[in-house]
Write a protein that binds this ligand. Structure first.
Ligand code: DAH
Length: 345
């Protein structure tokens, strides 16, 4: 091996040893720097003959190019290694699932109310809303429940200033809505043309002094009212049976109308349902109170009970929600625990 070849080998070896760009530039100086080996060789040629200059010059040039090539290759290798390290350090795991914004959703009782409105809507019922702070008149007296009536004791509630109270049921909406309806059709009534039937549901919050696994001081009710010229208990049975079967998506659901008492209906019934399949099969479950609207109540609506009759019902959407989803503690609905509530989305 001649001297130049071994110089190239030395250069390659020392470049290969360089672990950092600084090491490499130091190694480069030994060969290609101002007083590096190649530079020295070139300087030394000044004294040679033209012939020898040509021959040796060409050879030194070849060696110089080989060393420069080795230098560039090592520069590239170090840069590649550094980039690889940096990429590794800053690596992103793109397979990790993102942190999505949660969508939120409706409360299970709201889902039930929507469902109730949809089913009764399909039967021609409008939806009415009324105040949660009521007067004694609408909550009791107009509903045939005077001051001294014993039925009031079952409706112990929260009284606020001025004789107002938190409504104990949605039944006051029977009166409020009917009075509005009559007012809207006053001219037609006065002309002896009658008025369209009253067909309405009134869902909303209600309040009583009551609290255990199946009672909450705040709960929901949905009132129903259908008043026309000849609306009977038979219509109540058809409408409510259809509703329950649609609501629970169960065609073989059985209903029982059990005689009961409410001051604002006569006759009155409590409505029980019975599933034929599933975990609750065979048990009678109370879902509503109902009856033919009492003549005194019809009068308080501004109507003549000789001509306007019909039925009313009041049901518990919280209870319906518990039955539909198989929840046995009502308080879960109102604790606001997202882990519970998000299961209904
Ligand atoms: N308001 C009654 C209650 O809260 C339920 C009820 C019974 C409503 C009979 C009605 C009805 O409309 O006709 O206990």
């Amino acid at each position: 091996m001649n001297e130049l070849d071994s110089l190239i080998e030395q250069a390659r070896a020392s470049f290969a040893k360089a672990q950092t760009p600084a090491d490499l530039e130091n190694a480069k100086a030994l060969y290609l720097g101002k007083s590096g080996r190649i530079t020295e060789l070139m300087k030394g040629m000044a004294a040679l003959s033209v012939e020898e200059k040509k021959r040796l010059g060409a050879a030194v040039n070849v060696a110089k190019q080989a060393i420069e090539a080795a230098l560039n290759a090592q520069r590239q290798a170090l840069a590649d290694a550094e980039l690889a390290l940096q990429l590794k350090a800053e690596a992103l795991d793109v397979s990790l699932p993102g942190r999505a914004l949660s969508q939120g959703g409706l409360h299970p009782v709201s889902l039930t109310l929507e469902r109730i409105e949809e089913i009764f809507g399909s039967m021609g019922f409008e939806v009415a809303q009324g105040p949660e702070i009521e007067t004694d008149w609408f909550n009791f007296t107009a509903l045939n429940t005077p001051q001294d009536h014993p039925a009031r004791s079952m409706h112990d509630t929260f009284y606020v200033e001025g004789g107002h109270l938190l409504r104990t049921h949605t039944s006051p909406m029977q009166i409020r809505h009917a009075v509005q309806h009559v007012k809207r059709h006053r001219a037609s009534l006065d002309a002896g043309l009658g008025m369209p039937e009253i067909r309405v549901i009134a869902p909303g919050r209600t309040y009583r002094v009551d609290s255990d696994a199946t009672h909450s001081p705040m709960f929901h009710q949905c009132e129903g009212l259908w008043i026309g010229q000849n609306v009977s208990f038979k219509d109540l049975k058809v409408v409510f049976t259809d509703f329950c079967r649609s609501f629970f998506e169960s065609e073989d659901l059985v209903l029982r109308f059990r005689p009961s008492f409410f001051p604002f209906t006569e006759p009155s019934a409590e409505i029980d349902i019975q599933f034929q399949t599933g975990p609750l099969a065979g048990r009678w479950l109370e879902v509503a109170g109902a009856g033919q609207v009492h003549p005194n109540v019809v009068r308080n609506m501004g109507l003549d009970p000789e001509h306007s009759i019909g039925f009313a019902f009041g049901m518990g959407p919280d209870r319906l929600t518990m039955l539909r989803y198989g929840v046995n503690d009502l308080r879960l609905f109102f604790d606001g625990d997202i882990r519970f509530l998000s299961q209904f989305q």
